[in-house]
Ligand binder design. Structure first.
Ligand code: UDP
Length: 242
């Protein structure tokens, strides 16, 4: 049904609108389907090229959604445009609202202890119909305890914030412990909890969110070198195609 995928340097992205995607998620939740969402940005596309095991995990996910304007630009440049950018953060918010609407069970995993605690509080306050069945920070030694807890609590949605590729490796390994929608959400809880601010709407509209994050967290500069590397590879690929 939604296997219309666009290959960007080896990562196969779904090509649908955010509205269609949300409809699929609603159906999945109603059916208690077991689904895995990954949200690659250019950095993840590059990591997948270097690590074939990670690439398999990403491409075998049920939904591979384009997080980051670089993916949309790359797709357009290769002559295979993708409808629109769909971020992990917006997907996290949609899933929590859907859980509130449908009174579903949610489990949160990852981020620093105070961040995940604040995220849990926010859910309890702002989404009172969500059945928050548990949460755990992302700095654990024994993952088996967490997996046991998840399998016992039977969440409908599991939000995993361990950063990439840790979160995708974790989900791929343990997704059968609950028939849930599983998603790797990176640093989303830092923003969701109010610990870090997301860029103002105008900055988001101008596609400069990456610059905002860089100014706020200059240590991200190392990671940002992924963008020019990625654009170079896109240009090479374009020439090969042309
Ligand atoms: N993190 C974690 N456990 C770890 C490493 C990272 O829980 O062992 C969390 C970290 O606290 C942060 C998130 O994973 O909340 C990764 O954030 P980052 O900004 O790197 O993710 P991005 O959104 O850029 O992928």
């Amino acid at each position: 049904m939604h296997k219309n995928r666009v290959n960007i340097l080896g990562t196969e992205f779904d090509n649908f609108t955010e509205k269609q995607f949300h409809k699929y998620l609603d159906d999945d939740l109603d059916l208690k389907a077991n689904k895995f969402i990954v949200t690659p940005n250019p950095e993840i596309v590059l990591s997948a090229r270097k690590d074939s095991n990670f690439s398999k995990i990403v491409n075998n996910a049920d939904y591979v959604i384009p997080d980051g304007i670089g993916i949309i630009k790359g797709a357009k440049s290769l002559g295979t445009p993708i409808h629109e950018r769909i971020t992990g953060f917006d997907t996290l918010q949609y899933l929590i609202s859907a859980a509130n609407r449908k009174q579903l069970k949610v489990y949160l995993l990852g981020a620093k202890p105070e961040v995940i605690q604040a995220s849990a509080e926010k859910i309890k306050n702002d989404y009172p119909q969500v059945d928050l069945v548990g949460f755990h920070d992302g700095y654990f030694k024994d993952e088996s305890e967490i997996v046991t807890e998840i399998s016992e609590k039977k969440p409908n949605i599991v939000l995993v914030a361990l950063g990439s590729p840790k979160q995708e490796v974790f989900i791929n390994k343990y997704r059968n412990s609950a028939d849930a929608i599983w998603i790797g959400v990176g640093g989303s809880f830092d923003v969701f909890s109010g610990t870090k601010k997301r860029a103002p709407k105008i900055v988001q509209k101008l596609n400069l969110e990456w610059l905002y994050r860089l100014v706020k967290e200059p240590t991200r500069i190392g990671r940002m070198t992924a963008i020019p590397k990625y654009m170079n590879l896109i240009n090479k690929e374009k020439k090969n195609k042309g």
